[in-house]
Ligand binder design. Structure first.
Ligand code: BGC
Length: 715
């Protein structure tokens, strides 16, 4: 018997249920304030896991209760939502996705893990791997956007970054792949609503990132709040027990979402807590977060014969094994004992700044409005998001502190010390008060440049932040229109810095702005990162990981749709189109400008015949004809022309990145293993079908901008 098995054999039912329970612990500056009887419950072994503790002091204090006062001295598993950084908030995941750079995704996760672990934590509820194609859904901000290939690579990078090479290490955290599965396609983009998608969409689009996380060794998985075709994920035996456990061999811990087990009663599949608890446990959910359904419901479920002790034991063992893997039994205080050196913090801030600058997507730059050059005496920075340091963090703050965040005004002031950086918010985030607009607009009178900072407030995206009108709020639009009018009348160009946790519907803004930067929420260093781009210290290189719709009615809009039997033909009315708006996005997936002028030429494929065992190599030359150093991103899509089931018009299969000096040409190489040409056949199992496939390479998912080679798949 090993240590965990031995412990299990000594446990009472109450102690076992304690290991299957995770509750929140509030904290105050002077120490932890634990709700209700948690302190006693930890001592008695009735609570084995905590969430929402911040700071090494409170974490240690709680851990002590468990390891020094409880009968079996089992350490607590303590987790927090470290979504995009712990103390150092990096860009939100959607912003980071714009880098299309797994190495950087891994690096920021590694730093977040180090910081979180230095605070004594052992687990993060991240990464979120939900593929989102509906910008109404607020949690779009927490994921990597609309594409499955990107989410798969994000999954691998983040798991590796958080968990490091050894989960036992004092700077590693257990990652949590969430929310399994297909949480994003909630009905009409409305948070927590029902999900009803085809088995094909589930398997092609939503499952692969989680499979990738499991393959990368993710320690834990969280089921989504939602139901899938009538079966709530918290009780979804088919996907949890059958797919994750039996098919993939996932032996890690499945932790419910917040109160999700009790919510099985609201879903209408459990009459009481005992039934709810039994459904979740039978589906193989190990830890009950916040519902207290296992402690209250499982004893009753046992009496009623709804669950077996063997199943309870299996779950307890998985929790104990995770604690063992994390090294908590050997030294429960291994995390949180060493303060990080100031040099480490400085390096992390620098990383935050450079990742921030690289996450910015330059959507438009008419007549080279950006970067701001020449003799700038006065820059007017207008809008409610211009000097709003706190908002820069976006959704999920972890242990980040508002005073560590840099606003746009502060960033510009420190980057351009001699300049007169003047500011007026114009309007507030809430209410309808327009009285500040005229003073703000007057700042255009005597300025050399105008920077307009508008968009969503941080809490307008994230959990429970669905929007039926995913647009710039109306009052800010009124301000913006007034600024455009005055500035343009004076011959001044307007740089718009747009903040949001999702693409917004902004055709009017795209038309009027002279330059438009999607700045998402960039975290602590936002203002410095934005100043770096606006002033030309860094060439923007982000590419949008989601299509930007022209109209709300186009949602869900994504590049990888299937062609349909009547694909749009402008000469034929009876083909797929809207009467009142084009089918095309305002900005396609992958769009993003740089200060360079990059063009692609000479697409070469290593062979025009590819079997499942081959690897296709694709080469393309990229030249920077501009005057600035530029980081260019190249996308490789495929299109299977004729197959047994209809295939998407474009499927992403590779991304290449290259940095080019002015005048420089480099060859970008990307490889596609033959197995990547498989797809799910009629019976939803993978097939490799001989036939023609188009290989398309270019700067974004706009087919007219892609270079094309056709290859033949051979058996
Ligand atoms: C969210 C999860 C999160 C959990 C714990 C829930 O409301 O859906 O993503 O990890 O809370 O904070």
């Amino acid at each position: 018997m090993n240590r965990t098995e031995k412990l299990l054999s000594q446990m009472t039912l109450a102690e076992k249920l304690g290991q299957l329970t995770m509750t929140a612990a509030g904290y105050a500056v002077t120490g932890p304030v634990i709700a209700g009887d948690s302190t006693e419950a930890i001592k008695s072994g009735a609570i084995g896991n905590l969430l929402n503790l911040v700071g090494p002091g409170p974490v240690r204090e709680m851990q002590q209760l468990a390891v020094e006062h409880s009968r079996l001295k089992i350490p607590l598993l303590i987790g927090l939502d470290i979504i995009h950084g712990h103390r150092t908030l990096f860009p939100i995941p959607l912003a980071e996705a714009a880098l299309f750079d797994p190495q950087t995704w891994e690096a920021t996760a590694r730093e977040a893990a180090r910081e979180g672990a230095a605070d004594g934590l052992a687990m993060t509820f991240s990464p979120m791997l939900d593929v989102s194609r509906d910008i109404r859904w607020g949690r779009t901000a927490e994921g990597s956007g609309e594409d499955t290939w990107v989410a798969v690579h994000m999954a691998r990078a983040k798991v590796k970054g958080y968990e490091g090479s050894d989960l036992k290490a004092a700077d590693s955290l257990a990652a949590c792949a969430k929310h399994y599965c297909a949480y994003a396609p909630v009905l009409a983009g409305r948070e927590y609503a029902s999900v009803d998608i085809s088995a094909r969409t589930l398997l092609e689009v939503h499952v692969p990132p989680f499979d990738a996380a499991v393959a990368a060794g993710v320690a834990t998985i969280m089921p989504a709040f939602t139901d899938l075709d009538g079966v709530p994920m918290t009780a979804n035996k088919k996907l949890l027990r059958h797919h994750l456990r039996n098919q993939l061999g996932f032996q890690g811990v499945i932790v419910s979402d917040y109160n999700a087990i009790a919510e099985l009663m609201h879903h209408g599949i459990a009459a009481d807590l005992a039934e709810a608890a039994a459904l979740a446990l039978n589906a193989s959910v190990d830890i009950d977060m916040m519902a207290d359904a296992y402690r209250k419901g499982l004893p009753v479920a046992l009496e009623r014969g709804l669950v077996t002790m063997a199943l309870i034991d299996e779950s307890v063992l998985r929790v104990l094994q995770l604690k063992e893997r994390l090294g908590l039994f050997d030294d429960p205080y291994r995390r949180g004992t060493q303060q990080e050196a100031p040099a480490v913090l400085t390096r992390r801030r620098d990383l935050c700044r450079s990742v921030g600058a690289r996450s910015i997507v330059m959507l438009k730059n008419d007549r080279d409005t950006l970067p701001l050059r020449g003799t700038l005496r006065r820059v007017s920075v207008i809008g409610p998001l211009a000097d709003a340091a706190i908002e820069m963090g976006g959704c999920w703050g972890a242990a980040g502190k508002p005073e560590d965040r840099v606003s746009v005004v502060a960033g510009l002031r420190s980057a351009a010390p001699g300049k007169d950086i003047v500011h007026a918010p114009g309007v507030a985030f809430v209410g309808g008060d327009e009285s500040g607009i005229s003073a703000a607009v007057d700042l255009c009178n005597d300025a050399d440049a105008v920077v307009l900072c508008i968009g969503e407030k941080a809490d307008m995206s994230g959990e429970a932040a669905s929007r039926a009108f995913p647009e710039v709020p109306p009052l800010q639009r009124t301000l913006a229109e007034a600024v455009f009018e005055r500035a343009h009348a004076k011959g001044l160009r307007v740089v718009v810095v747009l903040f949001s946790g999702r693409p917004l519907v902004i055709p009017w803004l795209a038309e009027k702005a002279d330059a438009l930067l999607a700045a998402w929420f960039l975290g602590n260093e936002a203002g410095n990162a934005i100043a770096d781009v606006v002033l030309g210290r860094t060439s923007p290189s982000g590419r949008t990981p989601m299509s930007w719709p022209r109209a709300i009615g186009q949602i869900p809009l994504f590049y990888g749709e299937r062609p349909g039997g009547r694909p749009f033909n402008p000469k034929d009315h009876f083909t797929s189109h809207y009467m009142d708006v084009s089918n095309d996005p305002l900005y396609p997936f992958g769009h993003g400008l740089t200060y360079g002028r990059c063009s692609l030429a000479s697409l070469v494929v290593s062979s025009d015949r590819v079997s499942e065992k081959d690897t296709l190599e694709v080469r393309v030359d990229v030249t920077n004809q501009g005057a600035y150093l530029a980081e260019e991103t190249v996308f490789l899509f495929i299109h299977d022309k004729v197959a047994s089931v209809t295939r998407p018009v474009l499927e992403l299969k590779g991304v290449g990145k290259v940095t080019l000096r002015p005048g420089e040409t480099k060859t970008v190489r990307m490889t596609v293993p033959g197995t990547e040409f498989r797809f799910l056949g009629m019976d939803l199992t993978p097939v490799f079908e001989p036939g023609e496939v188009e290989v398309l390479v270019g700067p974004c998912a706009d087919r007219s901008q892609l270079l094309l080679q056709t290859i033949r798949l051979v058996s």
